[in-house]
Structure formats: C-alpha cells, structure tokens
Design a protein around this ligand. Sequence first.
Ligand SMILES: C[S@@+](CC[C@H](N)C(=O)[O-])C[C@H]1O[C@@H](n2cnc3c(N)ncnc32)[C@H](O)[C@@H]1O
Length: 231
Amino acid sequence: MGIFTLSPRYEKANNAVAEKYDVPCEMGGVLGWMDYPTKVLQVLEPTAENWQGKRVLDLGCGCTDYMLQEHYLESQHDGYAKNLTETYEHIWVEMKRLFEPWMSRLLHELEVDVMGVDLADNSGEEFVSVQLDVLEKPSLVQSVGEGFSVVIMNNFFPLRETRDKAIASGGMAPSVAKRIHSEELYVQFSDWLRAELASVLAESGVLFADQRLWRKTNGALQRESLRTEAE
Ligand SMILES: C[S@@+](CC[C@H](N)C(=O)[O-])C[C@H]1O[C@@H](n2cnc3c(N)ncnc32)[C@H](O)[C@@H]1O
C-alpha cells in the first residue's frame, strides 16, 4: 500500500472503516488512499499506539456536505480540481469524498475518545461531533471542553507566519480564506486560535496541524521538530 507498516490494530480499524464507508479495497482503505491520516498516526507514535484514556480533538474534521467540499476544490488555484480529478480518476471517481471526516472515523474505530468539530452537521456520524463556526471566535474551551491530549487540525487553518504563506501551503479551507481576507485578520485570528488551542490542550499535549507539530509547554504552544518523513 506504500504506507508505514500497520500494526494489526490499525490494519483492523483501517479495513473496518473501508468496509463501513465503502472505500474501494484497491485504495488500501483510508490509510492507503489518503496520506494525511497516515501521517497523523506516524507522527503521533508512540502516542498513537497508546491512545487509552486520551482525548483527541479534530478541528475542521471534514463532513459529507459536498457543497462545502466542492467549493474547496473549485476555490483552489487554477487547475487544482482538474488535476486532482485527473490524477485520481482511475481509482476514485468521487473526489468529493476526499474531505469526509476520515480521521475522526478512523480514530473512533480505534476506540479513541475523539471529538470532531466542523461548521457542518456531523450528527449522523458515529464519533462525537460538535457543530461550530470556529471563526465566530466562540470560546473553544466552553464549546468543546479542555484536557485534550491531542488536537489535529488539517486543511482548515494552517498556522504559518503570514496569510500568504498559509494560503501558499495549500491547506487553508476556502471559506476560511474568504473570511480571513486580510493579513491583519489572519494575524488576529491566528493569535486567538493559538491561545484557544493552548487552553483546550492538557499540559504536554500535542497539536498536529498541517504537517507541523506543537507541544503545550508551560501553558503555551511550542514548535517541535518531527521525527518522521513528514519533516
Ligand atoms: C478541506 S476540509 C478538511 C477536512 C479534514 N480535516 C481533512 O483534512 O481532510 C475543511 C473543513 O473545515 C470546515 N470548516 C470551514 N470553515 C469552518 C469554520 N468556520 N468552523 C469550523 N469548521 C469549518 C469545512 O466544513 C470542512 O469540513
């Protein structure tokens, strides 16, 4: 499958999700099809092997509201949707399914205590979900609670130095890019979000955001280098 060696536990969960959500088996399940859940598991190991008693928050977890997702593909730079569709056409014609909440589904299948937060309604999903417009700056702690060991944030709001760099990284959700339309707003929201994420994380908890790892140390988020190929 071209992915890291799966422990039997991951393999079982991967197959279960593939079957439950009808991912064609030639895709290798979620972990064979998409690189980001694989990276999350890789990066968070050995934490990932020992999820017991740990709470995980998946912010901007994805959804089956395809209007939102199509908007995502269309709003990327020219040719993005076309390239993606052409690249994957032979194995996955329904590209719209790319941003379903795969990570939360997989973690739920692994019996991890995961909470998926999204603008869209995920109440039909098996994992615990919270529907929330994060850009409205509600208090995250009040909305989701605190004491999380892990926060995952992927393709939602890349924490970069500037808005331009965040957009260039390709991971900014389109509706977010539209609403955070200036450098000033980016800096404002970025600072707010970092502080909120630090509040929901337990001390020593980790944030894995768009290929970057952070750890809550002395109450604040500190960057950590990655030990894997995602570096
Ligand atoms: C590109 S998808 C990423 C899904 C998943 N994390 C992944 O990497 O595949 C972005 C998600 O962010 C959600 N989103 C967009 N704006 C949001 C907001 N203001 N508050 C919460 N979620 C939002 C969208 O509904 C969508 O499901």
